[in-house]
Design a protein around this ligand. Structure first.
Ligand code: DX5
Ligand code: ZN
Length: 219
């Protein structure tokens, strides 16, 4: 049985104290850093880009799970690989030639993820699932932290799990958006392996304890 993972999203960190928040994650029971890149075109918000990720990479001691919410992600695969991404996730909706994009990510020596917007059916991944290391299931519309969890996600997770099993794939299922102690257990029961948590972790009084608590819930 695979261990279930927690990936705090730095989008909810205090950018004026980024090093402090990175060290908190380093010292905590969290497994990965989730890093949200938004271009103001694919999503109606702009987060941060290469120079900030370079600074994060310098201090982070855990894998970097980079979620690209950008159009034409192929242009930047090598740049993110060089910056130290462990997993690079592109949006299904932003890739005309998804299979080619996945091959390009792997060719740069890192793991390949695909994110699905809430309206995108998991069935669209049936023909590529064996090439995907991680599916990032959006449980909010991408672009902002702190939104409410979309309940239909549970059904999508179990449908995707079925496809993974049927196709004998090794794909991890990650949930991104509105994750908290309220839905964590049910998400894992539906088949999720990785939970991203932004505002639930960084908005709490004691982020380290919140991470520990989430890990316990999904153990
Ligand atoms: C949303 C981002 C998420 C976000 C999650 O577009 O992809 O990773 O940071 O934040 P919370 O956990 O606050 O919903
Ligand atoms: Zn994300």
């Amino acid at each position: 049985m695979k261990q279930n993972l927690v990936a705090p999203s730095l989008l909810a960190a205090d950018f004026a104290n980024l090093q402090r928040d990175i060290e908190m994650v380093n010292q905590s029971e969290a497994d990965w850093f989730h890093i949200d890149v938004m271009d103001g075109v694919f999503v109606p918000n702009i987060s941060f880009g290469m120079p900030v990720i370079k600074a994060i990479s310098k201090h982070a001691k855990k894998p970097l799970d980079v979620h690209l919410m950008i159009v034409d992600p192929d242009r930047y695969i090598k740049a993110f690989a060089d910056l130290g991404a462990t997993i690079l996730t592109v949006h299904y909706e932003a890739c005309t030639h998804l299979h080619r994009t996945l091959q390009a990510i792997k060719a740069s020596g890192i793991k390949a993820g695909v994110a699905l917007n809430p309206h995108t059916s998991v069935k669209l991944l049936e023909d590529t699932i064996q090439d995907i290391d991680l599916v990032c299931m959006m449980s909010v519309n991408p672009g902002f932290g702190g939104q409410s969890f979309i309940e239909n996600t549970y059904q999508k997770v179990s449908d995707l799990k079925e496809i993974i099993i049927k196709k004998n794939a090794n794909t991890l299922i990650e949930i991104d958006g509105g994750v908290s102690s309220k839905n964590a257990k049910q998400l894992i029961a539906a088949g999720a392996n990785v939970l991203v948590a932004g505002s639930f972790v960084f908005g709490s009084d004691n982020p380290t304890a919140t991470i520990k608590n989430l890990k316990e819930i999904i153990a």
